[in-house]
Design a protein around this ligand. Structure first.
Ligand SMILES: Nc1ncnc2c1ncn2[C@@H]1O[C@H](COP(=O)(O)OP(=O)(O)O)[C@@H](O)[C@H]1O
Ligand SMILES: [Mg+2]
Length: 259
């Protein structure tokens, strides 16, 4: 069981786009995946419930109900209180194991700058993925991210991903990569290009790689390379969701996650 959380100090960096694309990519590789929506705006949940929910399957809910007949290994759970996300995930893992269909991946989409409530989830996550545009306002948020991870009891693995990279912006991208390196923040080699395909895919309840081939080839390649890197990174770390218990009393405190 691996947990990745898509976080960022600001909104509009492509968190939801990335979360949905990675969840679909994992499901496409036959991994039982739950996409968690922790953002009060509910963009990932809207994407899922408007289009994807098979008529005869239920989504997971707060009580950890696993769909009776998942037609797609991707399910969704919307979590109203992000501070309880870690506890909910562990509960879902248990429920899925009892149902004989153990959850293999959790992909958590979070609200921009919601760090105050994400401590427990961040500590439980195998990887925090931080989408950033290669632009100065996004790069300027790196200290906030560092302050957040430094405040945690144990530092999670963190990787930035350049998203919405405009065409012909090689110099800008190089500058962003250098800025991230100087700040000591790992940046994945794969990046996501700017394309209206991402908007069209969201509105269709799809991921870019599910759009017609002639439009989606480039984005599908980017997502696949990104997922390969994420899988390599998380498979080399200790699986955190095993043997951990999350206190359900102290909502939000990073210290509440204990072995
Ligand atoms: N690679 C991309 N190319 C073009 N538009 C994108 C891309 N990724 C996201 N978008 C669009 O940018 C906006 C913000 O993306 P979103 O994923 O909702 O960001 P966040 O969840 O970080 O607020 C949305 O309209 C989305 O469709
Ligand atoms: Mg979002």
């Amino acid at each position: 069981m691996q947990i990745i959380s898509i976080v960022s100090p600001k909104g509009g960096t492509g968190k939801t786009a990335l979360a949905t694309a990675l969840a679909v990519a994992l499901a496409g590789r036959e991994c039982r995946t739950c996409l968690y929506d922790l953002d009060p705006q509910g963009s990932a949940a809207r994407w899922y419930f408007n289009h994807r929910l098979p008529r005869n399957a239920r989504s997971m809910n707060g009580s950890g109900t696993w769909p009776d007949r998942p037609l797609d290994p991707l399910v969704m759970n919307r979590i109203a209180d992000p501070a309880r996300a870690a506890a909910s995930i562990l509960k879902d893992v248990e429920a899925s194991e009892e149902a004989g269909r153990p959850l293999e991946w959790a992909v958590c989409d979070t609200a921009g700058g919601a760090f105050g409530t994400l401590g427990e989830l961040a500590v439980l996550s195998d990887l925090l993925v931080v989408p950033l545009l290669p632009s100065v306002p996004d790069l300027a948020t790196i200290p906030k991210l560092h302050a957040f991870t430094a405040s945690l009891e144990t530092s999670p693995e963190v990787a930035a991903v350049l998203t919405r990279v405009p065409p012909r912006s090689g110099q800008r991208t190089e500058f962003a990569r250098q800025t991230l390196a100087d700040a000591g923040l790992r940046c994945l080699a794969a990046s996501i290009g700017q394309s209206v395909l991402w908007q069209d895919a969201y509105e269709a309840g799809r991921s870019p790689q599910e759009m017609p081939f002639w439009r989606s080839r480039r984005a599908a390649g980017e997502i696949a390379r990104l997922l390969d890197e994420i899988i390599t990174m998380t498979s080399s770390t200790e699986r955190k969701s095993h043997g951990r218990h999350v206190s359900t009393e102290t909502a939000g405190g990073a210290q509440a996650v204990a072995r």
